[in-house]
Design a binder for this molecule. Structure first.
Ligand SMILES: [Zn+2]
Length: 326
């Protein structure tokens, strides 16, 4: 779906809301908010050691020349710095120390996830060679990279906290309502780093990690933090079962349908709060196009006609199946 199409869908939905003839949105347009939480919903960290770890792992694997999946793009400023002979020489031992982890994922690999935690919380837990390489490179990082990485991350933190104060409670209530779930324990730790993965963010029960140098993340701090929060329990507990039941009922298969549901829920909550000129992430970056287009088109079309995640998943799957002639 192109941005202009999205804007038309959003504008139509907002018209329905304001004229009071929408079959759905009543619950969502007046969500029950117990007490304002605002910025206290998240505990946002901008940490030089975790940033160095995230930067070094991404930069080193990108420069490795190996055939690796999902590389995060290193931006032009950082690439130019890494090519300077003095910096390249200082970076080489750190790149070598990270080499055994190039095949790992920062979230799905226990080992690499543990390195990230140790880098930010307790470096004595690190493998001595990696620890030595990180500590040796840190002065170079602080001089040449960190001032910009920190400034960008702090600017994103500022934008996020401003948005949370203005709109966070309302959007949080809409999201929990549409997921038929609740937020669970607050605050949630968020780490803003220069680079995360190619997807720009990842989430565990302990922390949400977001790339502040990713312009698509940077432009949508509220939606992205709420999207990532939907990956956690208990807020996101119902996606997989809702998706599987809907697919089975309509004879379909799609391993990513649960994530399309998740993207749509946070996009729809963002549509209802920041406003009708807002372009949500899956539309902006093209995730709602290509092979996934029939699924997103169906989800966007049925969302306002139903009350629950399960009913929306079912109606979207029914529409996809009908369009496929099943
Ligand atoms: Zn996601």
């Amino acid at each position: 779906m192109r941005a202009s199409t999205w804007a038309a869908v959003a504008a139509a939905a907002i018209t329905l809301m304001t004229t009071g003839c929408s079959p759905k949105r009543a619950g969502a347009s007046s969500p029950s908010v117990a007490a304002p939480v605002g910025t206290a919903r998240y505990d946002v960290h901008v940490d030089p050691w975790f940033s160095l770890h995230s930067f070094a792992w991404n930069a080193a694997r990108n420069a490795s020349g190996l055939k690796l999946r999902s590389r995060a793009r290193i931006d032009d400023v950082d690439r130019a710095l890494l090519e300077r002979p003095d910096i390249a020489q200082a970076f080489a031992p750190l790149a070598a120390a990270y080499a055994p982890t190039f095949d790992m994922h920062p979230l799905f690999s226990k080992e690499l996830y543990g390195i990230g935690l140790a880098a930010s919380l307790d470096r004595s837990q690190l493998d001595p060679a990696l620890r030595e390489a990180l500590e040796a490179f840190m002065p170079v990082y602080r001089t040449h990279f960190w001032p910009r990485h920190e400034a960008e991350a702090l600017a994103m933190k500022n934008d996020l906290e401003g948005a949370l104060d203005r709109r966070g409670d309302r959007m949080a209530a809409i999201l929990a309502d549409s997921l038929g779930s609740e937020w669970g324990e607050l605050p949630i730790r968020v780490d803003l780093v220069p680079y995360a993965t190619r997807a720009g963010a990842y989430t565990s029960q302990r922390r949400i990690v977001i790339a502040a140098l990713d312009p698509d993340m940077r432009a949508r701090p509220l939606e992205m933090v709420f999207h990532e929060s939907s990956h956690r329990a208990p807020l996101g507990d119902r996606f997989e079962a809702a998706a599987e039941a809907a697919l089975a009922r309509h004879g379909l298969a799609n391993e990513r349908f649960w994530h399309h549901l998740l993207f749509t829920a946070s996009a729809m909550a963002a549509r209802d709060v920041p406003g009708d000129d807002y372009v949500p992430y899956p539309v902006a970056v093209g995730l709602a196009g290509g092979e996934s287009k029939p699924w997103y088109d169906a989800l966007f079309a049925v969302w306002d006609r139903h009350e629950t995640l399960e009913a929306r998943a079912d109606a979207a799957a029914a529409m996809v199946a009908a369009n496929e002639g099943r």
